[in-house]
Design a protein around this ligand. Sequence first.
Ligand code: CUA
Length: 180
Amino acid sequence: MSSLSPPSHRIWWKQPIDRIEGIWIIVALAWALILFLWMPYWHIYGKQNLSNESYKTTPQMFEKKAQEMVNKYTVRTETADKIPVVAPPPGSDVYFIARLWQWWPILELQKGKSYRFHISSLDWQHGFSLQPVNINLQILPGYETVVTVTPDQEGEFGVVCNEFCGVGHHTMLGKIYVKK
Ligand code: CUA
């Protein structure tokens, strides 16, 4: 008999189950349930899977909102490319753009204050990875990912792209400052 020919017992599902097969079904079911329960467990205790919200947007709409924030709250520029460093007021909406191959702008946030943090891509799929705290979010064009953040450590944080996005992927680095 091969898998192409019909089984010798046509009503195969009425055959008694083999003991070994039964044990395997129980093992597989138990493991599936453990993995299923691990997801909410890790969400709460792993502190890496954020409770993010997601909204539809367009690259044009998102870029406009980010540009408005940059126009209002830029405090200085950095590097030869004059990347704006933006210090939005606590409690406000903060926009962070992912695009080939840049995170834009540089943000300056205050420790212990909350912000509505919006991230979207203007072109490709990118991966937001905040280092060294290792918070990761999938960033897709057309979708605005929103998290409420309250930075609890001062310092300079790096943002790397952890989703391969082309020849400049390894140069896609951003920065977020957290000040007192
Ligand atoms: Cu953006 Cu890799």
